[in-house]
Design a protein. Structure first.
Length: 143
């Protein structure tokens, strides 16, 4: 055998694979158990006796002295409401005008707060219509 017959001794690159062992790890989800969930509708009734709504009414004799003036003021407005419906607005302004948290402040200073508070306490957003009534109650409480 000559050198020419052995391909390993020819010019060029020879690649020889090297084999070894490698650990291959894989994770696979398998069912190991089950959870059973049932839905059941139940109705429970309880009788409760309690105060659901509490309203505090304070009669202010000073307000009563101004009530006729408020009525006269109401008569000068073109109100969409009756006097009985509008009187609550005068009382609201009167109470705000007497409140210590608004002491020393003008109606314009507290109007935003009064409007927000009014909307929180009623379903009807009608501030512009009742503004003058609330303002008059506030003004008279200060005089």
């Amino acid at each position: 055998m000559t050198n020419e017959s052995i391909p390993a001794f020819e010019e060029g690159t020879i690649r020889i694979p090297i084999r070894g062992e490698e650990v291959v790890v894989r994770k696979e989800a398998v069912v190991t158990g089950e959870v059973v969930i049932n839905k059941e509708r139940t109705i429970e009734r309880q009788e409760i006796t309690d105060t659901v709504r509490k309203q505090h009414v304070e009669v202010d004799q000073d307000y009563e002295r101004h009530r006729n003036d408020f009525r006269s003021h109401y008569d000068t407005l073109r109100a969409d409401e009756t006097w009985d419906e509008s009187e609550a607005n005068y009382r609201y302004g009167w109470a705000a005008g007497r409140a210590s948290r608004y002491a020393g402040k003008s109606f314009e200073d507290v109007e935003g707060d009064l409007r927000t508070s009014y909307y929180a306490n009623t379903e009807d957003a009608r501030w512009q219509r009742l503004r003058e009534q609330v303002r008059e109650g506030f003004r008279r409480a200060r005089s």
